[in-house]
Every structure is written in structure tokens, then in C-alpha cells.
Design a protein around this ligand. Structure first.
Ligand SMILES: C[S@@+](CC[C@H](N)C(=O)[O-])C[C@H]1O[C@@H](n2cnc3c(N)ncnc32)[C@H](O)[C@@H]1O
Length: 192
């Protein structure tokens, strides 16, 4: 993690601690865990709450093309920085709860959604809207990757059950401040 990431992140946190939800950007180990299941073949990817772009950079290291990235960020401080760092990506200054209404894609072509959002500080209605919007664009077999700072999925069981979703912990690291867990959220298999 470089000072080029820490300073803008810290400034944004001072201005809006609830929304930014962490004092420092995610470290390299947790970022790698977040993108371990993603390759250049995943196709279009939505990233929610990219901040300074630590997961974005990890995605590019996995071979993902900038043209395949849609970055959805609500913090206005981060927008010019993301546009400058990832000129080939689509950068949207938008609340992630508006995904569904934003008509980002025709159909459901998205292979993965990568989320650094602080879901634990959001209302259940907002969390539900974010997941519903994300799965509207995720194709069959696509997955939603969520980082969190507690050893359980940050989406309430009732929301998961209501949307027909399941969560699996795919990694954890204590080499992060705070320690981090990564969950892969996917559709439950259809019953005949
Ligand atoms: C904990 S930070 C994570 C930043 C980065 N992904 C990382 O891991 O370092 C949460 C990010 O989500 C953004 N954010 C918070 N609420 C949001 C919302 N409703 N829609 C889109 N972005 C949001 C914040 O501005 C911040 O950049």
C-alpha cells in the first residue's frame, strides 16, 4: 500500500467516516483473496466502492482488461483519482443501491461483482437493493465477492434467503488492518 493510496483515503474517511467505513485501503493480501477466482475470461466485472482502486489494480494483475471494468463509487473524492488511474474503465459516480435502475448492461453478461462496500453500516433495505441490483446483471454461475471485517457474511440471513443466495467464506487474512474475511455469494442451485 503506497502513500498515494493512504492520503486520499484518509482524507475521504475524515470527511465521511460512515460511508468510507475503513481508515485505510485494503492491503495486498486481502486484495489478492478478493480477486483469486477472477481471470481475463470472467468478462464484464462490476466493482462497488473501489475507493483508491486497490482491488481494481489486483484485477488488472489477474489479466482483466480495463475495458471490462465498471467502477461504481459514491465518494466524490475518489472519482477524479479513479478516472486518472484507470482511463479505460467505466467510472460511475453513483450509489450502488441504484444499480438496478441505472441500466448498466443489456441483459446479464457480468461474470463477477467485487465489493469493498461497508455493508455492516448500511440499512437492510440498502443491502438488499445492492444485492438485487448486482444479481440482476450477474450471469448464471457469476458471483459477488464481498470483503468484511468480521468472521461471518455481512448480509443478513433473511436477505440471503429472500433473494435465493448462499455465501461461502473463501479466505481470511490477519495481514490486514483490520483482519479481513472474503465471502463468495452466489445463487442457490435451482430445485426441480
Ligand atoms: C471500506 S472502503 C473500501 C475501498 C476499497 N475497495 C478498499 O478496499 O480499499 C468503502 C468504499 O465504498 C464507497 N461507498 C460507500 N457507500 C457507497 C455506496 N452506497 N455506493 C458506492 N460506493 C460507496 C466509499 O466511498 C469507499 O470508497
Amino acid at each position: 500500500m503506497s502513500t498515494a493510496d493512504i492520503l486520499p483515503f484518509f482524507r475521504a474517511w475524515i470527511r465521511n467516516p460512515l460511508s468510507v467505513a475503513a481508515v485505510a485501503p485494503t492491503g495486498a493480501t486481502a486484495s489478492s483473496l478478493m480477486v483469486q477466482g477472477i481471470t481475463a475470461k470472467t468478462g464484464p466485472i462490476i466493482e462497488l466502492g473501489p475507493g483508491t482502486g486497490v482491488f481494481t489494480r489486483a484485477l488488472l494483475k489477474r489479466g482483466v482488461k480495463q475495458q471490462d471494468l465498471t467502477l461504481v463509487e459514491y465518494g466524490s473524492d475518489f472519482i477524479p483519482l479513479l478516472q486518472h488511474r484507470f482511463p479505460g474503465a467505466r467510472v460511475l459516480w453513483m450509489d450502488a443501491a441504484w444499480l438496478y435502475r441505472a441500466q448498466l448492461f443489456e441483459g446479464a453478461p457480468v461474470g463477477a461483482v467485487v465489493s469493498g462496500l461497508g455493508l455492516l453500516t448500511m440499512s437492510p433495505e440498502k443491502v438488499r437493493a445492492i444485492l438485487e441490483g448486482a444479481f440482476f446483471y450477474l450471469r448464471s454461475g457469476g458471483a459477488f465477492y464481498q470483503i468484511t471485517y468480521r468472521p461471518h457474511c455481512p448480509v443478513a440471513d433473511a436477505i440471503m434467503a429472500g433473494l435465493g443466495l448462499q455465501a461461502t467464506c473463501i479466505g481470511q487474512t490477519f495481514r490486514n488492518l483490520p483482519p479481513a474475511w472474503v465471502y463468495r455469494i452466489s445463487r442457490l442451485p435451482q430445485r426441480d
